[in-house]
Design a protein around this ligand. Structure first.
Ligand SMILES: *[C@@H]1O[C@H](CO)[C@@H](O)[C@H](O)[C@H]1NC(C)=O
Ligand SMILES: *[C@@H]1O[C@H](CO)[C@@H](O)[C@H](O)[C@H]1NC(C)=O
Ligand SMILES: *[C@@H]1O[C@H](CO)[C@@H](O)[C@H](O)[C@H]1NC(C)=O
Length: 183
């Protein structure tokens, strides 16, 4: 069965299940959550925009993007490995997948939406959703963590990003994430 047929059948089944159902299934006092923890995570994001098998690719731009000094409108999608070591590329602890667009007409800054998916120990399969603005000229680069799944359900926090200059005009972002979550 083709995947399109499968999706269509699932859609039909959900429609028939919905008949006579109510939108609100239950309303009650929120159940007590486990203890609120604060976890700090630290890793590098290895981006590659130019190699033969890039982890970041341009998916859209405007007709005016090329004549913009801030590349306004240029949009990428990416799937980057997260590593613990600056040089070692085999110690992959997760991936960052998402999009960013250059969204300023005045400075070189991007709006990013990404999911960080982890594969380490108790974080295996859990994810964090990160969304916000990064300006390459800002000394302070912080992006909010707006949610998560798995051990990161109800997560809130922020990413502190430091670009590490490794020479040759290449910078590798070091992420320190401070996240509050219940588990
Ligand atoms: C913008 O520049 C890129 C790279 O030089 C080129 O591939 C693209 O066709 C240009 N786009 C427009 C709309 O001129
Ligand atoms: C890179 O990391 C892997 C997995 O943690 C480890 O087995 C390997 O020895 C490391 N290589 C170097 C050069 O540090
Ligand atoms: C993480 O979960 C996947 C899928 O369940 C499993 O294949 C993998 O071995 C797990 N990795 C670790 C480090 O536990």
């Amino acid at each position: 069965m083709s995947s399109t047929t499968t999706i269509f059948l699932v859609f039909l089944v959900s429609i028939s299940l919905c008949q006579g159902e109510k939108l609100v299934v239950e309303e009650k006092d929120a159940p007590k959550l486990p203890k609120l923890k604060q976890t700090q995570l630290r890793f590098y994001i290895k981006e590659d925009f130019t190699g033969p098998d890039p982890t970041g690719v341009v998916i859209a731009q405007a007709a005016s993007t090329n004549s913009s000094s801030t590349q306004f409108g240029l949009t990428y999608t990416f799937d980057n490995p997260l590593t613990l070591d600056l040089e070692n590329t085999t110690d992959v602890v997760g991936r960052s997948q998402g999009f960013f667009s250059l969204t300023s007409k005045e400075t070189f800054s991007a709006t990013v939406l990404m999911t960080l998916i982890f594969n380490e120990e108790k974080f295996n399969g859990s994810s964090l959703v990160v969304a916000g603005r990064v300006d390459s000229a800002d000394g302070l680069r912080e992006i909010p963590v707006i949610g998560g799944s798995g051990v990161f359900k109800f997560a809130t926090g922020y990413c502190d990003i430091k670009p590490i200059d490794i020479g040759g005009g290449i910078e590798i972002p070091l992420y320190n994430i401070y996240v509050r979550h219940y588990y």
